[in-house]
Design a protein around this ligand. Sequence first.
Ligand SMILES: Cc1cc2nc3c(=O)[nH]c(=O)nc-3n(C[C@H](O)[C@H](O)[C@H](O)COP(=O)(O)OP(=O)(O)OC[C@H]3O[C@@H](n4cnc5c(N)ncnc54)[C@H](O)[C@@H]3O)c2cc1C
Length: 401
Amino acid sequence: MKYDVVVVGSGPAGSVTARFAAENGAKVLMIERRQEIGTPVLCGEGVSRKIDDWDMLEGDRWIAGRMDGARIYSPDQTCVTLSADQAGNETGYVVYRDIFDRELARRAVKAGVTIMMNAQATGLLKEKGKIKGITVNHFDEELEVKADIVVGADGVESKIGYWGGIDTTLKPKDLETCAQYTLTGIDCKDAYCDFYLGRKIAPGGYIWVFPKGKDSANVGIGILASLSEAGMARKLLDDFIKKDLRFKNAEPVRFLAGAVPVAMPIETVRDNLILVGDAARHVDPITGGGLTHCLEAGKIAGEVIGKAVKTKNFSQDFLMEYETRWKETVGRKIKRNYMVKEILLGMEDKTFNMLADSLKEYNFEELSTLGLIKALVTKHPTLLMKLKPLLKVSKEERKDK
Ligand SMILES: Cc1cc2nc3c(=O)[nH]c(=O)nc-3n(C[C@H](O)[C@H](O)[C@H](O)COP(=O)(O)OP(=O)(O)OC[C@H]3O[C@@H](n4cnc5c(N)ncnc54)[C@H](O)[C@@H]3O)c2cc1C
């Protein structure tokens, strides 16, 4: 088997990279070790409505609900509301992630991508030290797939980067361990995503309640691995659910556990090799959200791969255009939010309470982390020194736009 590109992993990062590479002239194979694209779902299923402008998904079968805003609760239950009325239509969707992933794969197929299921990459094919493709276990048969470019879109546990000599190690302080129930039998009074912060409630992370229709919600938790021990995420989540009257008559229809990288940007390119999505640590270090970044970076990766195939140049230097472009966009945000994460980690619960109290009446211009930082500095000029480097990064982001 010989392709221009083999994409390992059929999550959003894989499908979008594969689609844009094919649209730009490459012959692409995407392989997936699972039996079905999109399942099991490992996601809170919240995504920003920015994706509306990106022509990634057609129709609305993938939408479970359109959100009117978000509420952030401090440990003493002070609530900061960021509503669409205040901040414009910057709110999000709660999606059906299984359908979302299959829709992205369908767009890839429409562009000419071949998909192989039940196919697990087991290693890189090399000739004289150069990457020439991958070895694959397909229904227990060992295959060789030759390709000029291997794309590692193989998620948080990525092996492709490691096999290709990229340091993808995650320290416990850069990994969130997550647990989530999809609960039904609850009354979702309004279409708001709720976030609960606090060192006791969710050390180094938060609890989320994302409504999925009128009587169901994803109720999950992410906590930093460096601050937790085995089973702690589920236990803290169970405690939260038990105490909240909204869930008195609730029953679970799904449980999941997983991990999210919350790290600084890493290297993502070698000769004949590209990493994208969770494999490339393209996740927002504060929210743990990776979907929009996968789509943005996947599109860039596909476009650069198209150029590489046309010019038959698969060198690290040539593919570097991908890394430069994603680091200027997605990477800047990740860097800024990593710094915010570090500041938040040093805060006591009483500081969260004080900050939330001062922001509870604030009229937000923007429903984003940047909007929150701006509000904090306006209310607390003494925080300016700590937050100054972040505002500098944000100013550069603005300039680029
Ligand atoms: C509990 C939880 C909640 C989350 N909530 C949100 C949220 O609300 N919003 C948001 O934006 N993000 C959220 N995220 C993060 C989001 O799910 C990820 O950022 C996103 O799935 C990354 O997409 P990806 O394509 O990079 O990787 P994945 O979606 O993980 O896809 C990787 C694919 O590669 C396949 N694979 C792996 N190894 C191999 C191999 N050797 N051979 C073949 N196939 C392979 C896997 O089977 C998988 O299908 C959450 C994550 C977790 C764990």
